[in-house]
Design a protein around this ligand. Structure first.
Ligand SMILES: Cc1cc2nc3c(=O)[nH]c(=O)nc-3n(C[C@H](O)[C@H](O)[C@H](O)COP(=O)(O)OP(=O)(O)OC[C@H]3O[C@@H](n4cnc5c(N)ncnc54)[C@H](O)[C@@H]3O)c2cc1C
Ligand code: FES
Length: 490
């Protein structure tokens, strides 16, 4: 369902175009992703699970799960949520394992790029990394697999808190535009969008890192070998799943997936939504759903208290949305998509209290239950990765300069521990500065980044910053221990 009236956003849809979905002619708009157009046409089954053939629908919307993989113009396993729709495209769902491609990949272009700093991810952390590195006079290549610059910012319509330095009072979408313009205008920065960094390789040369990238444009693919002196991983995070019967039914979305459909493409995921999680993301997305015209039936929260800011909770409560603490989702029901959900009260051991279950009618369930850092690629470099619960999962250990245990490999933002966008902005500045200096062969002293470190301390002060503060303390302590262990062995 397309959103026509919105209190904040104006959806400038491109030219109306046609495409084929399993042989049926459908319409979408230029600038939409393939799967967003399919959902706008009222189709929710995008793929089937390999073993049981269970239907799967749109989930993350940022290319980080597998529920939207389809065959597009003969190419299998295309992530249709990050692939723009084109006139006349032939899109087909895949049954079981994907067939081999019906198009030839022989003779595709391979290019070599040499740069000083490679930045992977153009969210707030990657953008400020690139800007700061370029300020030091080095060449920067910034890549992102999404077609738009901004990472998660492109769908955030609420105004940010914090200070002027982190764009307080501006909406996420505006911040993405400001930073996006800066990188596009900077002569030292080259930007490649719709480009995935897929592998890290040993290249036999000291002081150089080798990466494989693939850029997809109009069904064509270009493969790049990128040689760089340092690299910054600003790959963000992916949404967490919850375990309950029916959790893979179409109509169950990650909160980021809902935001992408609704705020980027102007498409409502459903009419009646159950929100799971009352952290800031759950509260903000609930309010945005109301603004877009959906009904939020209720918000369930497993903790005995609301997780997010009370100002956000008060806003949704004023709109009549109940927030049920010590409650969870027990089951999602439906055949080809969500038709209802069972929720129940839980005790202090998180067991559902018998007799407290009740079924509520809804067509959409939105999971806002946290994020896990994206570390698959950084783990390939050999940087030491550890499980830090407060950071949201596995992260690459790093020091104050955001450098990992692998020389010349840096990390910033959610990929270094899940926090929020203002912190990603500041961490990006530190990583960008440090990576540039590394590429120039210059030493970085703590005094060079003192003001950013102070700002990080301020942002992490208070109860909402406690988790991030603890995560970084643990990471730094592990780095310190590691330094002593290495000294002892030498
Ligand atoms: C639903 C939701 C709501 C949120 N609401 C708020 C909020 O209200 N306020 C707030 O401060 N924060 C909020 N956040 C968190 C905030 O958006 C993140 O903390 C912030 O965006 C992190 O920035 P980042 O640059 O580290 O990652 P991201 O913004 O996630 O950017 C990472 C980028 O890396 C790209 N990428 C990943 N892997 C590759 C690869 N292999 N090759 C190429 N590109 C790659 C991705 O496409 C993406 O664009 C929210 C997050 C979500 C998911
Ligand atoms: S990868 Fe497309 S919905 Fe997750």
């Amino acid at each position: 369902m397309r959103i026509r009236d919105h209190p904040i956003l104006e959806f400038k849809r491109g030219k109306k175009i046609h495409f084929y979905f399993n042989g049926k002619k459908l319409y979408g708009y230029e600038g939409e992703s393939i799967s967003a157009s399919i959902v706008a046409n009222g189709i929710h089954v995008l793929s089937r699970s390999l073993r049981y053939k269970n239907p799967r629908g749109f989930f993350c919307g940022i290319g980080k799960c597998s529920s939207c993989l389809m065959n597009v113009d003969g190419i299998p396993n295309v992530r249709t949520c990050i692939t723009p729709l084109k006139e006349g495209m032939e899109v087909r769902t895949q049954e079981g394992y994907a067939d081999l491609p019906s198009v030839s990949f022989r003779g595709r272009k391979k290019k070599k790029i040499e740069t000083d700093v490679l930045v992977i991810g153009a969210g707030p952390a990657g953008l400020t990394s690139a800007i700061e590195a370029a300020k030091q006079g080095v060449r920067v290549l910034l890549v992102d697999e999404n077609p738009r610059i901004g990472g998660q910012l492109v769908k955030q319509t609420h105004k940010f808190f914090g200070s002027k330095e982190e764009f307080a009072g501006k909406r996420g979408i505006e911040i993405a535009e400001i930073l996006g313009r800066k990188v596009q205008e900077d002569e030292n920065i080259d930007v490649l969008l719709q480009t995935t960094a897929f592998g890290y390789y040993e290249n036999g040369k000291d002081n150089f890192h080798l990466f494989g990238l693939v850029k997809r444009v109009d069904g064509e693919e270009e493969v790049y070998k990128v040689e760089c002196k340092s690299a910054i991983f600003a790959c963000g995070a992916m949404e967490n799943m919850l375990v309950f019967p029916g959790n893979d039914l179409p109509g169950i979305y990650g909160a980021g997936g809902v935001q992408t459909l609704m705020n980027v493409y102007g498409i409502l995921p459903g009419k009646k939504v159950l929100m799971v999680g009352s952290g800031n993301v759950g509260l903000i997305v609930s309010y945005q759903l109301l603004q877009a015209g959906a009904e939020v039936v209720c918000i369930v929260e497993a903790m005995p208290r609301i997780g997010g800011y009370h100002v956000h909770a008060a806003k949704v409560r004023r709109c009549g949305v109940p927030i049920l603490t010590s409650h969870t989702i027990v089951e999602a029901k439906g055949k080809e998509r969500v038709e209802s959900a069972v929720i129940g009260r839980i005790d202090e051991k998180w067991n559902v209290i018998k007799g407290s279950e009740r079924e509520i009618e809804c067509d959409t369930i939105c999971l806002a239950v946290g994020l896990s850092p994206s570390i698959k690629l950084i783990a390939q470099t050999g940087a030491e990765v550890r499980f830090i619960p407060e950071a949201g999962g596995y992260v690459a250990l790093h020091n104050k300069f955001m450098e990992t245990t692998k020389k010349g490999i840096f990390v910033a933002g959610d990929a270094s521990g899940v926090e929020e966008a203002s912190i990603a902005i500041v961490e990006g500045k530190i990583a960008g500065f440090s990576a540039a200096k590394f590429s120039l062969g210059e030493r970085v002293e703590e005094k060079d980044i003192e003001k950013h470190l102070r700002r990080l301390n301020e942002l992490r002060a208070g109860p909402f910053g406690e988790r991030g503060r603890k995560a970084k303390e643990k990471i730094l302590a592990m780095m310190e221990r590691r330094r002593w262990d290495i000294r002892r062995t030498v």
